[in-house]
Design a protein around this ligand. Structure first.
Ligand code: FAD
Length: 491
């Protein structure tokens, strides 16, 4: 068998895989991307955050193409969430770091968005092979030195590389090769049932492109406008309801919609799509986890292959593209001989884990706003001492940071954050607040937005961006073009 050689082999062509592949190829390295499906293919995860659109996509050179694609503009989120019966809205624009022309994201049909990223990867020099499933890695002692895959004709092939990146999402088993275990979150152990509707109502302008998230007794719904008429609708419910839901999905979704007055009203004149890409009612479960290690010599995990928190607040594609950017900086630095692998990939892992941790804690606090003793779903979201240990281990690297009080337990921090969100919503609704600013001033939200803001700044301003301090004492800083790491030399 002939063994081809590349600098980097990427398994998976979702947002994580195409981003890392493109950013490494843009530095002149030889990159092969192997994707199991033939694009365009379906994927869930349609609501984006501004850091992906104005940060990573700008670095990839597809901002204009994205803006011209006609995706609905997402200015923020509208929630029927917490004690207040009326829906409330936050805007991205109120975060100082995301003001002006970068204060929005898009709602995207992932088949279209992911295809756009993959085509861009090809244009930027990545060798892309679709219909190729990566089955295993090739090892030499401790090191991963290549990958084995099946090509579209069914032939087994092998490729050698300095780095193999697993960006194959949550379903492939390749991640096991990095070592350690995949730790599932008990707190976010839910199940999502979702489908698509034509003709659903829209929020009033200017927030008609917002994601709408509506809590009800047995869980919550997302309602995402994908065009003027097409809407993605999903219910997140108890994992224990799996049997009932898997049995007759149509009946299960209908009865969940009936339990939620706002979604029932929004869908009152809508019809469910029953053919084509959006015709199926799909179920996802066991999606909340993080891998014990994110890399080993010669192998790196990005995106869902490494971790995912929860559908609420649209962090999945952000974590996938942000981790891809971090991985690309590390790999570019090693391939150019600037840094040793351990230093570069430890920076990748620390930053990635921190970002996962801040979102994890933010989302737990957000769920906590809805705790309702009458409901099994929401009662399970009440943070007890027991869960507090679980949460602590999920946010291990940032424990205490979000409150600025290292002595507080996770349960105390979460209670404080939740109370702060609830007070902000009340203040705004009472008309004496400055829009939703107080909510975004909460420390946990600022933590969650900090890196996103840095990525956007760097992408927008390039060399003109202010030098940033290392995120961790003694850690690395980003190069002026954002493509590599540099040692930090304080002036
Ligand atoms: P993927 O998008 O899964 O891409 C992985 C690719 O690898 C796929 O194309 C697959 O075909 C390919 N592949 C798989 N196995 C192999 C193999 N062996 N060899 C080669 N290729 C392979 N995120 C958001 O940002 N917003 C949302 O609104 C949102 N909603 C969500 C709702 C639910 C219910 C769930 C479960 C998730 C949601 N997410 C959301 C998360 C989002 O779906 C993921 O975080 C995101 O798709 C991860 O991107 P990725 O590139 O890591 O993986």
């Amino acid at each position: 068998m002939t063994v081809e050689d590349f600098d980097v082999v990427v398994a998976g062509g979702g947002p994580g895989g195409s981003t890392v592949a493109t950013l490494v190829a843009m530095q002149g390295h030889r990159v092969l991307l192997l994707e199991k499906e033939v694009f365009p293919r379906y994927q869930i995860g349609e609501s984006l955050l501004p850091a992906t659109v104005h940060g990573v996509c700008r670095m990839l050179g597809i901002s204009d193409e994205l803006a011209a694609a006609g995706f609905p503009i997402k200015r923020g989120g509208t929630f029927r969430w917490g004690a207040r019966p009326e829906p409330w809205t936050f805007h991205f624009g109120i975060s100082a770091k995301m003001a002006g022309s970068t204060s929005h994201a898009y709602q995207v049909e992932r088949a279209v968005f992911d295809d756009m990223l993959l085509k861009n990867a090809k244009r930027k020099g990545v060798v892309v092979r679709e219909g190729c499933s990566v089955n295993d890695v090739v090892e030499d002692g401790e090191r991963v030195v290549g990958a084995r895959y099946t090509d579209p004709d069914g032939n087994e092939r092998e490729v050698s590389a300095r780095f193999v990146i697993d960006a194959s999402g949550n379903k492939s088993r390749l991640y096991t090769k990095v070592g350690g275990s995949r730790n599932y979150s008990e707190f976010f152990r839910s199940l999502a049932l979702f489908g698509y509707f034509e003709g659903g109502k829209r929020l009033p302008a200017p927030v008609s492109g917002n994601i709408l998230s509506v809590a009800f007794d047995n869980g919550w719904f997302w309602y995402i406008p994908l065009s003027d008429t097409l809407t993605s609708v999903g219910a997140v419910v108890r994992r224990e309801d799996a049997d009932r839901i898997q049995g007759d999905r149509e009946k299960a979704l209908d009865s969940l919609i009936a339990e939620c007055p706002m979604i029932s009203d929004y869908l009152s004149n809508a019809t469910r799509v029953t053919t084509g890409r959006y015709g199926e009612l799909r179920v996802r479960k066991d999606y909340s986890y993080q891998q014990e290690s994110y890399w080993r010599p010669g192998m790196v995990l990005v995106g869902d292959a490494a971790c995912f928190v929860d559908p609420v607040f649209s962090s999945g594609v952000h974590l996938a593209t942000y981790s891809a950017l971090l991985a690309a900086r590390s790999i570019n630095s090693v391939l150019d001989g600037d840094l040793d692998e351990k230093t570069a990939l430890n920076e990748f892992e620390s930053r990635y884990r921190r970002e996962y941790g801040v979102f994890y804690e933010f989302l737990v606090s957000f769920y906590q706003m809805n705790v309702n003793e009458e409901s099994y779903f929401w009662q399970a979201k009440k943070v007890t001492q027991n869960q507090s240990t679980d949460i602590e281990s999920f946010v291990e690297l940032i424990g205490g940071v979000s409150s600025g009080e290292t002595a507080l337990t996770a349960a105390d921090r979460i209670a404080a954050n939740s109370a702060e969100f609830a007070a902000a919503v009340d203040k705004m609704a009472a008309g004496d607040g400055d829009d939703m600013v107080p909510m975004f001033k909460s420390t946990v939200v600022q933590q969650a937005m900090q890196e996103a803001g840095q990525v956007q700044m760097k992408a927008l301003l390039g060399d003109d961006a202010e030098p940033e301090p290392p995120l961790f004492p003694g850690g690395l800083v980003t190069s002026a073009d954002g493509m590599k790491w540099l040692p930090h030399h304080p002036v």
